[in-house]
Design a protein around this ligand. Structure first.
Ligand SMILES: NC(=O)c1ccc[n+]([C@@H]2O[C@H](COP(=O)([O-])OP(=O)(O)OC[C@H]3O[C@@H](n4cnc5c(N)ncnc54)[C@H](OP(=O)(O)O)[C@@H]3O)[C@@H](O)[C@H]2O)c1
Length: 262
């Protein structure tokens, strides 16, 4: 299927590793120019090199997206490099979780600042550019914790709940301009973040982190965790011309593991 992404200009936040990296590579393979943003220059440059090696065009911006002013820097850089923005993949996220009985409210504020506020600000900045062309796609990478909270993941869950809420509201605000806004909700996915999150447990149990992840995956109806490429393939469809009648939706990609009602 031709996704119609050739010549489109995309921005992927948190595009240097994990799900964001796979989204950036998948969009580039479909012929989009891709601007990625994260904090670490080395990993960003490595992804741009991968995009170039595959015959694509990438651009990297090293910024901390907990700071609102850097959202504008990312969009300005993307416009400088490619002349506009047609696709936004809001993906950045890195909450410090703790048990709800020990949680410091600052941990919730930090999670919201990075994941929810940057998603909203990035959308507000690219929407005028998309409106000029009467076409745009915004894909928000939320997460199952937005509707399936546990006592140990309230910061992540709060940020994801805001994103699900905002996805619907943004969709209502801009679908009439040809801009489709949707969310994906990954479950446990094989990324550096998943490994670092399970490291403490692995250490506590004297086990290898890969073994812990494998056991967690085995508890799911799918029998395994997701690979980041699997999440990226759905993000890429939602970012494409081929996606023409999915509005304000949240697609669960959790191997059947959800507890909440989407
Ligand atoms: N993996 C899972 O099991 C899972 C499940 C559900 C939802 N998700 C969601 O999927 C998204 C991607 O997760 P992932 O597992 O791929 O994460 P990851 O492997 O940790 O990658 C996170 C990306 O965000 C960047 N980043 C982190 N903090 C940043 C900051 N303050 N400013 C700018 N960039 C920052 C990281 O690069 P730098 O560190 O260099 O900045 C990296 O590029 C997140 O929103 C996450 O909540 C993941």
């Amino acid at each position: 299927m031709d996704l119609g992404l050739r010549g489109k200009r995309a921005v992927v936040t948190g595009g240097s590793q994990g799900i964001g990296r796979c989204c950036a590579l998948a969009l580039a393979r479909e012929g989009a120019q891709v601007c990625i943003a994260a904090r670490t220059r080395e990993t960003l440059d490595a992804v741009v090199a991968e995009i170039s090696a595959a015959g694509g065009e990438g651009h990297a911006v090293a910024v901390d997206l907990t700071r609102e002013e850097y959202c504008e820097v990312v969009v300005n850089e993307a416009v400088g490099a490619f002349g506009g923005v047609d696709v936004l993949v809001n993906n950045v996220g890195a909450a410090r979780n703790a048990d709800i009985l020990d949680l410091d409210v600052a941990q919730i504020s930090e999670a919201l600042a990075l994941k929810s506020y940057s998603y909203l600000r990035m959308a507000q900045l690219v929407i005028p550019l998309m409106r000029e062309n009467g076409w745009g796609r915004i894909v928000n990478v939320a997460g199952g914790a937005g509707t399936s909270p546990t006592r140990g993941n309230i910061p992540t869950g709060a940020a994801n709940a805001v994103i699900l809420n905002m996805t619907r509201a943004l969709s209502d605000a801009v679908s009439g301009d040809g801009i489709l806004v949707n969310a994906v909700c990954p479950g446990l996915t094989n990324t550096p973040r998943a490994r670092s999150q399970q490291k403490a447990r692995a250490d506590r149990e004297g086990r290898d982190v890969e073994a812990v992840l494998k056991d967690l995956g085995a508890e799911l109806p799918a029998g395994r965790m997701a690979e980041p490429e699997e999440i990226a393939s759905v993000v890429t469809f939602l970012a494409s011309e081929a996606c023409s009648y999915v509005f304000g939706s949240s697609i669960y990609m959790d191997g059947g593991g959800r507890r909440g009602t989407p």
